[in-house]
Design a protein around this ligand. Sequence first.
Ligand code: N01
Length: 518
Amino acid sequence: MIEHLERDGEYVAGAPAEPHTETNFPIVIIGAGFSGIGMGIQLKKAGIHSFTIFERAGEIGGTWRDNTYPGAACDVPSHAYSLSFEQNPNWSRRFSTSGEIQAYLLGIVDKWKLREHMEFGVEIDEARFDDHDGIWTLRRRDGQTVTARVVISAVGGLVDPKLPEIRGIDAFQGKRFHTARWDHDYALEGKRVAVIGTGASAVQVVPAIAPRVKDLTVFQRTPAWVVPKFDGEYTERTKGRFARFPLLLQLSRSFKYWMSEIFGPIVYLNAPRLSKRGERISTRHLHAQVKDPVLREKLTPSFQFGCKRMLISDDYWATFERDNVHLECTGIRTIEEAGIRTEDGELHEFDAIVFATGFELGLSNAPFPIHGRDGLSLTDAWKDGAAAYKGMTVSGFPNWFILMGPNTGPGHTSVLVFTEAQIRHAVGAIKKIKNEGLRYVNVRKDVQDGYNDRIQARMPYMVWGNCNSWYLNPDGSNHSLYPGPAFEYVASACNFEERDYECAAFEAPVEDRTATAA
Ligand code: N01
């Protein structure tokens, strides 16, 4: 399927003799996670088959391939956390496990025969745009180059595990791993285990491993607001109904979507009275799960609800009631051969340390060197913080579309709602370029700047500036989350609007160019 790509010098200057047919309109999608897969399906639906998906790992799935730690699951309901054009009546429970989501992705990849378009083990490490020819040249880590008329960056936002900068981290002689790199060959049974971190991954892994280990110590730097999940299995009868009556499935999805939209402001607005509502729900949950008032005090956050990601769990707090589980709130001084030394000088000995310490933020950095028009680098373009038009397109980087880009993460609903709007936008643009034989579309700088000024002007009204979290850049600016309801973003982003873009044609008629190239 990828033979059509013009590689390594085979591409001659000038545009192809017959611009923009199936064979000379190579599209590259970087990444075979949820967004790359969704993009591939929508291209096929649009009758565009000249695309290749490069995936640096050996399998599809992204987040759901990598996060296989015990308890790994989605904290967005399954009917909402799936593609609207590939709904699944067979989710086994309200909040699917990581394994079930990965199985869903594998299923739709097979159904749409996307593997024919995929190359695994290919990491793109540089991209350069040729303004004259409207062509991107992508360099692979193995040294080969690939050309593309359009690039879809679907590399994900939270991918590379982040280990904490703790002195002595490499000195530890026991087993250590990050939640996103779980070693399933390591038996936890009978072991003294430490978990560092109390974020979204920790609240899932802690209850899952507590019954298996001898002793579990959770190192908490900042307690988190946790609300009930109300998880549960779907019976065979319910699943049968969803399968027989797709409208029911659609209704379930819509209900979940609109509930999160209605209650979303509690999570994202900087409105103390709304935040208090969230805090009350969470506090009631804490009282129901933990009887010891001293422990409750330690587990109670002091930051405003929603400021860090709201956590959802039916069993995280209750786990601290177990005799073999300990909450350690004293800061970590060093990691040593035998374990973790806290600021009070005490050495806590462990057989294994689990780092539930999150991910490098990929949303707001160039994933690798990307050079657009006139050699402009994306890193330079983003030196004051990542900014893209509707999180998707950056002026000076024509025909380059970002999925899950800057300021498109939701704090309150399924990220896939945002991703699908981006996919529609990109498909609209691709059709325009292809059907009209354009050299490129490039978002207008004034349009991009105006959009981002409006996004940033809203940030003071959002809750996220009131505490530290991965949402924020070191300077406190927010280039990761969308400050508003999802329906508003979707309505504004899903259509490719020609007026927002500079649409550049080729400079000479096709015949003349071919003559020049020859
Ligand atoms: O990571 P995090 P995560 N010493 O960054 C602590 C998505 N996700 O993997 O709060 C001690 O939230 C840090 O402490 P503090 C979701 O978007 C989704 O849990 O900085 N502790 C924090 O407690 C989520 O937001 C699902 O003080 C240290 C923790 O490590 C994102 O992934 C499931 C430390 C990191 O929490 C990241 O979640 C899981 C140190 N030196 C994840 N350094 C779904 O269900 C860091 N910490 C969809």
